[in-house]
Design a protein around this ligand. Structure first.
Ligand SMILES: Nc1ncnc2c1ncn2[C@@H]1O[C@H](COP(=O)(O)OP(=O)(O)O)[C@@H](O)[C@H]1O
Length: 191
């Protein structure tokens, strides 16, 4: 299997690129944000517990997120691999993912990060907020909070994957097509 972590701050373009790459490489795309939003829309227990955190720009607690992720992976048997988008976001999540994949004789092959500077992110998210209907995109203070949480809790994962030589940084500014091309250059060397 090929298991990729698509990484980067909120608004970096992970979702856009993941939807293209999953077709191109026949991988299953799991976006934790999308799964949470689906559960909120359907008013499930998981959705109810995630919503209060998401609306404030905070992370949903690790155990809730890890259990959900495992269930999503288990629901897909006999696949070529996964693109994890929005997961892991903390060290505990990265460790849990590593152990979980190892229990299946698998591993994370690469973390590929989309690099975009903060002010560009804020502008992109505010723009997305005009049409996405996402409450966490509509409010600039929530957007800035998410970026802050990214630097405080998530950015350290760069070092976590770097020590195993699994980290790849890609410039996330350019046309959608150009960025797909940059990501593909990394992926083509892995598979
Ligand atoms: N791995 C995770 N751990 C904890 N919370 C998460 C995780 N993934 C998503 N969330 C919650 O869902 C929100 C939206 O996630 P996502 O759609 O990936 O947003 P973004 O555009 O900020 O990358 C996050 O701000 C967070 O509250």
């Amino acid at each position: 299997m090929t298991n990729l972590v698509l990484f980067g701050p909120p608004g970096a373009g992970k979702g856009t690129q993941a939807s293209i790459l999953k077709e191109k490489y026949q991988l299953v795309h799991i976006s934790t944000g999308d799964v949470f939003r689906y559960n909120i829309k359907n008013e499930t227990e998981l959705g109810l517990s995630a919503k209060s955190y998401m609306d404030k720009g905070q992370l949903v607690p690790d155990q809730v997120t890890i259990d959900m992720l495992k269930a999503e992976v288990e629901a897909n048997e006999d696949v070529k691999g996964f693109i994890f988008d929005g997961f892991p976001r903390t060290r505990a999540q990265a460790e849990a993912l590593g152990e979980f994949l190892a229990s299946k004789g698998e591993e994370v092959d690469a973390m590929i990060a989309l690099e975009v500077e903060d002010e560009v992110l804020v502008q992109r998210l505010l723009e997305r907020g005009k049409t996405s209907g996402r409450p966490d995109d509509a409010d600039e203070s929530v957007i800035r909070k998410r970026i802050k949480v990214y630097y405080e809790e998530t950015a350290i994962l760069k070092e976590y994957y770097k020590k195993d030589d699994k980290y790849y940084g890609v410039d996330g500014v350019g046309s959608v097509q150009e960025i797909t091309q940059r990501l593909s250059e990394v992926i083509d060397k892995l598979i």
